[in-house]
Design a binder for this molecule. Structure first.
Ligand code: ZN
Length: 215
């Protein structure tokens, strides 16, 4: 039985956990909602790992994300309570969906200790899902643009602005590191199984879902 009080938190425990995951032959499973690691605030990355261990962890997280497949993965989703996430969105998307959702390719990057704030007051409402809540999607009201402050894997502090779908991914992954799931911010009446989404609500926008599900 998992005891949140016994969750790894000292630098030695964190390093041991990561080395154990890196030593396995198989990719680690993606932790599902209900596990306390997804609800705890992750620890800042602060020298717990040697540079090659950090690089190995980032590579592994990228593999897990691609295998899933997904456009982002936060370290707690493989049970590692560190403020680290990887993002990449290079999938082919239909032109009408890309236009409506302002979805453009996002080259791979890793963010450490990220924080974001909205840029402006424009909001965007679209369906999103999470690799830790498999089988379901819901509409989340998020800033249409965000400013992200983070550290890269070389330890350089950076600030980048993101708009559209990229801003959504950045916010979703950063929220994970504070123990927040998209469900916490979702419009609950929009909640839909993937099958119902594919059958009824996969249009570029949410107007039909809003009418059909009355939210
Ligand atoms: Zn997620």
């Amino acid at each position: 039985m998992t005891d949140p009080a016994n969750a790894p938190h000292t630098p030695a425990q964190i390093r041991g956990l990561v080395r154990d995951i890196l030593d396995r032959e198989a990719l680690p499973p993606i932790v599902q909602a209900g596990h306390p690691v997804l609800r705890a605030r992750a620890l800042p990355v602060d020298g717990q790992l040697e540079p090659e261990e950090l690089a190995g962890l980032i590579d592994l997280m990228r593999s897990v994300m691609c295998e899933a497949p997904g456009v982002g993965l936060a370290a707690p989703q493989i049970g590692v309570p560190l403020q680290l996430a990887v993002l990449e969105d290079l999938y082919d998307v239909a032109d009408d969906i890309a236009a409506e959702r302002d979805r453009r390719p996002l080259p791979f990057f890793a963010m450490l200790n990220p924080r974001y704030e909205p840029l402006g007051t424009t909001r965007a409402l679209f369906y999103e899902g999470c690799l830790s809540v498999t089988g379901w999607q819901a509409v989340v009201d998020r800033p249409a643009a965000v400013r992200l402050a983070y550290m890269n894997d070389a330890g350089t502090h950076l600030s980048r602005d993101f708009t559209g779908w990229q801003a959504r991914i950045v916010a979703h992954e950063t929220d994970h590191l504070a123990g927040t799931l998209y469900l916490d911010k979702a419009i609950s009446r929009s909640f839909t199984s993937n099958a119902e989404y594919a059958g009824h609500w996969a249009q570029p926008g949410i107007a039909e879902a809003r009418a059909g599900l009355q939210f």
